[in-house]
Design a protein around this ligand. Structure first.
Ligand SMILES: [Mg+2]
Length: 97
């Protein structure tokens, strides 16, 4: 992942923290829509998969979340460290009987 580019774009982005948060919610809604369509859920039969699909919406969510992270002064090495710690915690949780 090109963190340098994501960080540069994040710092150039004019959206405020609150606007980014709303954008994140919007992207989560788009993912929800894609999941509902993929499950042929009630009320979605007339809708079709969007151009980005589930995977694309996941990427949108990650990019907006990273833009929030970098806008708050987050640094790539710290991100890697936090992600590693959280993955280890996640792994530990999965190993519980
Ligand atoms: Mg999207």
């Amino acid at each position: 992942m090109n963190y340098a580019l994501i960080k540069k774009l994040s710092l150039q982005e004019p959206k405020t923290l609150l606007q980014r948060m709303v954008k994140l919610q919007e992207e989560v809604g788009e993912l929800a829509q894609e999941v509902l369509v993929s499950q042929n859920a009630s009320g979605t039969q007339h809708k079709s998969e969007g151009p980005d699909g589930i995977k694309g919406e996941c990427v949108d969510i990650i990019l907006v979340a990273l833009s929030i992270y970098f806008s708050q002064g987050g640094q790539e090495p710290d991100f890697e460290k936090y992600a590693e710690q959280k993955c280890l915690k996640w792994e530990k949780h999965q190993q519980r009987p």
